[in-house]
Design a binder for this molecule. Structure first.
Ligand SMILES: [Mg+2]
Length: 315
């Protein structure tokens, strides 16, 4: 199937200036730029990361791109090109590839990413989609997890929790927000929320060797988290705290810049949820005392989300 499908794909892929030679040769040729190149990759597998009996393949294709685009956003970058490899079940391979690519091409179009190449193979196994994204950041300007400093404000984009109600299939990587923030403020550290606010914030803090003191009432809770709480027996807060796949950003930056940003640009949908402190761990202040908040969330590939999200103490 490969040759005919590649011919079809070449016809469907838009030519973008960032790729000098795309699909059809032995390798792609990427035009050089003065910025630092960044690259990330993610693989999603039927039965592990999605369920093809429940999820439309175009949605799954879109998601395979969007999760990588979210990682590019978390680095403070912008995307340029993608390599996409599909491992296809032998039965229905061409149809499946076509359906998956509908979503991949939709995301590519939306975020101006050139499909520079990839691979297709068929086998007696489940559908697996591997997307590798190339992108750029200003030289020495990548936003790292390790850059948080004591007294930084901790800010999140959007609202959190309950993405399993459907948002997780069509995440909106915060690439345009990143471009705006680059012009307005100095971001010290960033991470995107793939495994849950608390787990990903904990990772950022660990990488920066700091802790976080949270104002838990400020954590923005998505209405999907409220809806899910009706059935799950957990609180909306617990969903916001530990559900994964929000693909929003956690950012740390100086408090004075934050005050200014949140006042002047309420339209960006940012919320301050706490501040970085020297004492490691996640904390909240209640009745004047600091209480430890245990991080909880979804660790991909290790167990199913419901069991690993089991609530413990009520934060
Ligand atoms: Mg990430």
């Amino acid at each position: 199937m490969e040759q005919s499908f590649l011919a079809y794909l070449r016809g469907r892929c838009r030519k973008l200036p960032q790729v000098a030679v795309g699909i059809g040769d032995d390798a792609a040729v990427i035009a050089p730029r003065s910025e630092s190149q960044i690259v990330c990759t993610d693989q999603i597998i039927d039965g592990v990361d999605f369920d093809s009996s429940q999820h439309a393949l175009a949605d799954v294709g879109y998601k395979s791109m969007a999760i990588n685009l979210s990682d590019i956003a978390a680095m403070g970058g912008w995307p340029s090109a993608a390599l996409v490899t599909l491992s296809l079940p032998r039965r229905g391979a061409t149809r499946i590839a076509g359906d998956v690519y509908e979503g991949i091409l939709e995301a590519a179009e939306e975020f101006q990413v050139a499909i520079a190449g990839g691979d297709l193979s068929t086998y007696e196994g489940p559908l697996a989609i591997n997307a590798t994204l190339l992108g750029y950041v200003p030289e020495q300007g990548a936003w790292l997890r390790s850059g948080a400093r004591e007294d930084d404000a901790i800010v999140v984009s959007g609202a959190l929790g309950g993405s399993l109600r459907g948002r997780h299939l069509r995440p909106q990587p915060r690439l345009s927000l990143v471009q705006t923030l680059r012009e307005l403020v100095t971001i010290h550290a960033a991470i995107d929320i793939s495994d849950g606010l608390s787990l990903d914030l904990d990772r950022l803090c660990a990488a920066s060797r700091v802790g976080a003191e949270l104002d838990v009432e400020q954590i923005p809770i998505h209405r999907d988290a409220v809806e899910m709480a009706h059935q799950s027996g957990r609180t909306p807060f617990e969903h916001a705290w530990s559900d994964g796949e929000d693909f929003e950003l956690i950012l740390t930056l100086p408090q004075d810049q934050t005050d200014h940003l949140l006042t002047e640009r309420a339209d960006l949908g940012l919320t301050q949820i706490g501040k970085i402190v020297g004492r490691t761990g996640l904390w909240k202040r209640a009745r004047g005392k600091l209480q430890r908040l245990p991080p909880q969330g979804y660790v991909h590939g290790s167990s199913d989300p419901t069991s690993s999200n089991a609530p413990s103490t009520q934060p």
